[in-house]
Design a protein around this ligand. Structure first.
Ligand SMILES: *Cc1c(COP(=O)(O)O)cnc(C)c1O
Length: 430
């Protein structure tokens, strides 16, 4: 197996490991799930990322979702440079924040008011607090394999790096913090009905990824989404779509627009910050007006609505609205998915390719993946072989079976075809 990590990246990882836990500032980056040492990055441009050994890779991580316009998009870079020259933080309101809020409210069907925060974790943490404050109830339902950031109460049966690294329930999360969280299997309407029959009047919120990216790509059944909406409405429970990954990715208005289901609250991150640390939560005005200083639910942030991050987010949304690349991204997603499936079929490798738009997962699994138990039966070792094979071909895929790949509006048909050819070669060697 050619691990293909250059000497500079290896040395950089040794240095980092003595300084930073595990050598990384977020666990998904450490390549732990595929065994080996991560590439250290020098720069990125368009569809490509360059490591410090001077090698170029076609990038299918895109910073785990934000880079839908491609890396170093000139308009976004200009907006950031202009903003930072005017001072990088004031701790006071700006008109640019209202501009971005207008863009978000215009885009996302469920959002009438929105609060800007700094990370997806903060967005989901705050949304849960507001839902509890607004309903006066304690319990929250989440789904196994869904990831909502490292919020204590949601770090139970969590996806993404938590699943990848085998700590879906983290040490340090107290029984109290997790005790009001009910975990259900995804796509299981009977389990949802049963939970509401038992606890209905105590459930403040249901939070979910409306298309899951964090256990690999898992698609919700329309029965599941419809039941979620009708059951929560009947019970007076707040339905929260965690669209940190899917917002502005699966449609300009996110998964809720794509599937025509309107939740009560929505969390956003990744694309909304255009590659800068910015996220948001919003929803119905009567719910959001519970937040201080309009209401009494406390939530604050020294750098929230940071002018540099707002400039990046605002420029990104402006381009997405003007260009509306979603039809083209859908076509490319179909092309990539069919190509990867054909490559696996030709090689006789048991597989499922699941995708929505520009989010795709090749599962090394003979059966459809509808929930975490299905995902967990995938062949992680086969995924690791595939990952390193693709690295050898100059293609940077997500370093875990339980992460979706992302591509951008600057990934061309030729690049997609090159990726399919590489996959054919890699899978044929299995
Ligand atoms: C990435 C992600 C988060 C966490 O966002 P951070 O900015 O990493 O804190 C939350 N929910 C979903 C669905 C995500 O994909």
């Amino acid at each position: 197996m050619d691990h293909s990590i250059g000497p500079k990246s290896l040395a950089a990882f040794d240095r980092a490991r003595a300084l930073i836990p595990g050598g990384v500032n977020s666990p998904a980056r450490a390549f732990g799930a595929v065994g080996g040492s991560p590439l250290f990055i020098d720069r990125a441009e368009g569809a490509y990322i360059f490591d410090i050994d001077g090698r170029r890779f076609l990038d299918y991580i895109g910073s785990w979702g934000p880079m839908i316009l491609g890396h170093a998009c000139p308009e976004v870079v200009d907006a950031v440079v202009r903003a930072v020259g005017r001072g990088s933080s004031y701790g006071a309101p700006t008109e640019a924040e209202s501009e971005l809020a207008e863009q978000i409210i215009d885009a996302v069907p469920s959002i009438e008011r929105v609060r800007l925060v700094n990370s997806g974790t903060e967005a989901t943490m705050s949304a849960i607090r507001v839902a509890r404050g607004a309903t006066g109830r304690d319990k929250v339902i989440k789904f196994a394999g869904n990831y909502h950031g490292h919020v204590d109460s949601l770090l139970v049966a969590a996806g993404s790096a938590a699943a990848t690294l085998g700590v879906p329930d983290s040490p340090g999360v107290t029984a109290g913090a997790g005790g009001d969280t009910i975990v259900l299997p995804y796509n299981d309407v009977a389990a949802l009905e049963e939970a509401f029959n038992q606890h209905g009047s105590k459930i403040a919120a249901v939070i979910l990824e409306p298309v899951v990216g964090n256990m690999g790509l898992v698609i919700p059944s329309s029965e599941f989404l419809n039941s979620l909406r009708s059951i929560t409405e009947k019970a007076g429970t707040i339905l929260i779509f965690d669209e940190v990954m899917t917002g502005f990715r699966l449609a300009y208005g996110g998964a809720q627009q794509r599937f025509g289901i309107t939740p009560d609250m929505t969390t956003l991150g990744k694309i909304v910050g255009g590659g800068m640390p910015l996220a948001a939560y919003g929803g119905r005005a009567d719910i959001m007006d519970q937040v201080l200083p309009a209401g009494k639910v406390f939530q604050a942030g020294t750098l929230s609505g940071n002018p540099v991050a707002v400039a990046a987010g605002s420029a990104t949304l402006r381009i997405l609205k003007e260009e509306s690349p979603y039809d083209s991204l859908d076509k490319m997603g179909d092309r990539l998915s069919e190509g990867l499936a054909d490559a696996a079929t030709a090689a006789g490798v048991p597989h499922q390719v699941q995708h929505v738009g520009s989010m795709v997962t090749l599962f090394f699994n003979p059966d459809p993946v509808r929930n975490w138990d299905d995902a967990d039966r995938s062949d992680r070792e086969a995924y690791a072989r595939y990952f390193w094979g693709m690295i050898g071909e100059g293609i940077y895929m997500p370093c875990s079976q339980f992460e979706a790949l992302f591509f951008s509006r600057v990934h061309t048909e030729a690049m997609i075809d090159q990726t399919i050819d590489a996959a054919k070669k890699v899978l044929a060697s299995f």
